[in-house]
Design a protein. Structure first.
Length: 642
C-alpha cells in the first residue's frame, strides 16, 4: 500500500521560499583591433569593463558562482591565448575582475610608456577580442569552483580547444552519457555540463580531422593547415550533429580556440538569449536590459536569437544566424516574466503590472469590495511591480464607483468631497531584514530566529477590523509564509490576511533550469494529496505510482501526475493550501488567492511555457521527469528526477 510511505514527506522545511535559477551568460566579440578601443575609449580594458557590467546587471540570475574566459585571436605560437578565472564567493564577479586587474598589473606586462599592439595580442592576460562570462546558481550540483562555468576542453590544436558556458538543463542526460560511451569516450562524470561539452567537442574534433585529411590529400603543408582549417570549419554543422538528441531548455555559448564563437538556443525557446551588433562589437546576454545599459543603445536594436537557431560569430568578424534544429511550438519560460528576469525590461515591467491588474477582481471579491477596511501591500522585492498593477486596477474600480454615484445626481458638496477623498489604503507592511545568522543557536531556538527574517510596520492597521492583502510573485513551498510572514503579519491583529500570488499554483517539477524538481516541496501538491486522503481516494495515488513505474523507460510517456489534481477544482486546492499555511497560533483568517492560467497567458502572451503550473511539458523528457519525480516522492528519495 503506497500510502504507508507518505506521512514522512509532509514535514515543512526551514528553507527559503525563493527559487533559484540557472543561469546567466554574457558573450562579447570585439570586431576592431584591440588598440582601436584603447585609442578611442582611453583604456585597454574596454572589453573587460563591458563584460563586468553585463555580468553585474545579470547578477539576479546567479549568485552561487561566476566565471569568465577570454580567447585571444591571432596569438603567436608559444604564447597562451585562453585565460579563465572562476569563483564561488558570494561576491564572485568583483573578485574575479579584481584578480584580472592584478594579473594585468604584473610587472612582466606593465609598460608606462604605452602598450604596443603586439603586446595587447600576446603578453597581456585576459585582454582579448573574445570574452565569455557566466553567472551560476547551484541547483543540485555541488557548489565548488570546479563546477563553475566556463568549462574548457583542451587540445594542443588551437581549433580543437572549446570553451563553453550556458543556461541549460538536459532531461535526457543519461542518454547523452551513453551516447558518449558509444562514441568511444570516457566521460569524467555524468553532469549535463560535461555531456554537452564533450558532445560538441567530439563533433568539433570530427570536423577538424575531416578537413585535415582533405588538406593532406591535397598536399597542403601541415604547418599551413591550422589557418585553412579555421576558415573552413562550419560551426553550424558541428552544432547540428551534436544537438540532434538534446532534450531540455538551453541557451549555451561557446568559443573555439581560433576565434569562432556561437550561442545556441533550444527549439522551444525555453531559455532566453538576446544579441546586438554594430561595427565595433557583437554581444549576447540572457536578458535585454544589460545590453541597453552597457552600450546605451535603442531598445529595438537588441534582437532575440530565434528558437532552434545559433548565432555564429566567425573569427573573420562575419556574424549570422543559422537554424540548427527545426523550431517547435514556442514555449518560452513564463517564470522569466513573473520572477527571474530584471523588471527593468520594458516588456517584463508591463507584463508584471498586468499580472497584478488581472488578479485584482478576485481580490475585490475576497474583501467584499470593502476598501474602507482593507490595507494593501506586497512582499518585497520582486512583487512590487505586480502590486502597482493591482492597485491601478483597484483605483480604476474606485473611480468607476465614484462616477456612478455622481451620475446618480442629488449629491451635496459635503458628500462629493467625501466621495472624492475615498482611495485605496496602501502601506509598506513587510520588511525583509538581513539574513539572520542562526548557526550559533541551539536547534530548538533556530526556528524562532528564522521566523524573524521578515519584520513588519506596526500601527498602520485598525485591529480586528481591517483585512490585510499582501501580494507575492509566487508561492512554491510556502515555508517562508508559514514560518515567518503570516506569523509576523498576525501581530498586527488584522481581521483577515489575504495572500495573493501573481503566479498560478505550482504543481509540477521544472527540468529546464529552475530549482523546482521535487514534488514534495510544492504546497499545491501537498494540498492535493491531503484532499485525496480526506476524500478516501488514496487509490489514485497507487494508480499514479504504478503508471509512472510502468512508463519509466517509455520515451513517449504522458504525464501521469496530472491525475493527482483532476478530482479537485483550483478553488478547493487553494482553500486547502490556506489551511496548510496557517500556523495554529495565528488568530486571523488566512486565505490564499492564485492567478489563473488564463490570466497568466493574457498578461504574458509570448511566454506560454507553463509546465510547472499545467504539467504540459514542451519536450518528451519533461513528462518522464514528472513521473520520475512522483516515484521519488513515494519512495522517499531526494534525488533529482533528471
Amino acid at each position: 500500500m503506497v500510502m504507508l510511505k507518505l506521512k514522512c514527506n509532509f514535514a515543512y522545511q526551514n528553507m527559503s521560499d525563493s527559487i533559484k535559477h540557472e543561469c546567466g551568460i554574457a558573450l562579447i566579440r570585439l570586431k576592431k583591433p584591440l588598440d582601436h578601443y584603447r585609442n578611442k575609449y582611453g583604456t585597454r580594458l574596454y572589453g573587460l569593463n563591458k563584460l563586468y557590467l553585463l555580468m553585474e546587471k545579470q547578477h539576479n540570475r546567479g549568485q552561487d558562482g561566476a566565471g569568465i574566459a577570454t580567447v585571444k585571436l591571432n596569438a603567436e605560437p608559444g604564447h597562451p591565448y585562453i585565460y579563465r578565472h572562476r569563483s564561488v564567493d558570494s561576491n564572485g564577479i568583483s573578485l574575479i575582475f579584481e584578480q584580472v586587474k592584478k594579473d594585468l598589473e604584473d610587472e612582466r606586462y606593465f609598460n608606462e610608456g604605452g602598450i604596443e599592439p603586439l603586446l595587447l595580442t600576446t603578453a597581456y592576460p585576459f585582454i582579448a577580442e573574445l570574452m565569455l562570462g557566466h553567472l551560476r546558481y547551484a541547483t543540485h550540483s555541488k557548489n565548488g569552483t570546479s563546477f563553475c562555468h566556463p568549462f574548457i576542453r583542451q587540445s594542443n590544436w588551437m581549433n580543437k580547444n572549446l570553451v563553453m558556458a550556458g543556461n541549460f538543463n538536459m532531461t535526457n542526460n543519461d542518454e547523452l552519457f551513453e551516447r558518449l560511451i558509444e562514441l568511444g569516450q570516457h566521460p569524467r562524470n555524468r553532469t549535463d555540463t560535461v555531456t554537452v561539452l564533450e558532445k560538441i567537442g567530439h563533433y568539433l574534433d570530427v570536423e577538424v580531422d575531416t578537413i585535415y585529411e582533405d588538406l593532406k590529400n591535397q598536399g597542403i603543408l601541415k604547418v599551413d593547415m591550422p589557418d585553412i582549417i579555421s576558415k573552413r570549419i562550419k560551426v553550424e554543422e558541428i552544432l547540428r550533429n551534436a544537438a540532434r538528441d538534446f532534450d531540455g531548455g538551453y541557451a549555451m555559448a561557446g568559443m573555439i580556440g581560433h576565434g569562432d564563437a556561437f550561442v545556441l538556443r533550444d527549439p522551444n525557446g525555453i531559455r532566453p538569449a538576446f544579441w546586438y551588433e554594430d561595427d565595433e562589437v557583437v554581444v549576447v546576454t540572457s536578458e535585454r536590459p544589460p545590453i541597453k545599459t552597457a552600450f546605451n543603445i535603442d531598445y529595438d536594436l537588441i534582437q532575440e536569437i530565434p528558437p532552434g537557431n545559433a548565432l555564429i560569430i566567425k573569427a573573420d568578424n562575419s556574424t549570422y544566424l543559422s537554424e540548427i534544429l527545426p523550431p517547435r511550438e514556442l514555449k518560452q519560460c513564463s517564470f522569466e516574466r513573473i520572477y527571474f528576469s530584471r523588471g527593468t525590461d520594458r516588456y517584463i515591467y508591463r507584463e508584471r503590472k498586468n499580472l497584478g491588474k488581472l488578479i485584482a477582481p478576485a481580490v475585490l471579491d475576497e474583501v467584499n469590495h470593502d476598501l474602507d477596511n482593507t490595507v494593501f501591500s506586497y512582499i518585497p522585492n520582486t512583487a512590487e511591480v505586480a502590486f502597482y498593477g493591482m492597485m491601478e486596477q483597484i483605483d480604476d474600480y474606485l473611480n468607476e464607483r465614484k462616477k456612478q454615484r455622481i451620475l446618480e445626481g442629488e449629491i451635496s458638496q459635503e458628500e462629493l468631497s467625501k466621495l472624492l477623498a475615498v482611495k485605496a489604503r496602501t502601506e509598506k507592511i513587510a520588511v525583509k531584514d538581513a539574513k539572520l545568522r542562526t548557526f550559533i543557536s541551539p536547534d530548538n531556538t533556530r526556528n524562532e530566529l528564522v521566523s524573524h527574517v521578515y519584520d513588519t510596520t506596526y500601527g498602520v492597521l485598525n485591529k480586528y477590523t481591517d483585512s490585510l492583502v499582501i501580494i507575492d510573485d509566487s508561492i512554491v513551498r510556502g515555508t517562508t509564509l508559514k514560518n515567518s510572514i503570516i506569523r509576523i503579519l498576525d501581530r498586527l491583529h488584522p481581521k483577515k490576511i489575504i495572500v495573493v500570488s501573481s503566479a498560478p499554483q505550482i504543481r509540477y517539477p521544472d527540468c529546464y533550469g529552475i530549482d523546482m524538481s521535487r514534488l514534495k516541496d510544492f504546497v499545491a501538491f501537498k494540498a492535493a494529496i491531503e484532499l485525496l486522503e480526506e476524500a478516501h481516494l488514496e487509490h489514485i495515488i497507487d494508480d499514479v505510482y504504478s503508471l509512472c513505474k510502468q512508463d519509466r523507460k517509455n520515451p513517449d510517456a504522458i504525464n501521469h501526475v496530472k491525475m493527482i489534481y483532476e478530482p479537485f477544482t483550483d478553488t478547493q486546492i487553494s482553500k486547502k493550501i490556506s489551511e496548510l499555511l496557517t500556523p495554529k497560533e495565528v488568530n486571523a483568517e488566512v486565505t490564499v488567492i492564485y492567478q489563473t492560467i488564463e490570466s497568466l497567458h493574457l498578461a504574458c502572451p509570448q511566454h506560454t511555457g507553463d509546465w510547472y503550473f499545467t504539467g504540459n511539458y514542451p519536450t518528451r523528457g519533461g513528462n518522464r521527469v514528472a513521473n520520475r519525480s512522483f516515484i521519488n516522492y513515494i519512495d522517499n528519495n531526494s534525488d533529482r528526477a533528471y
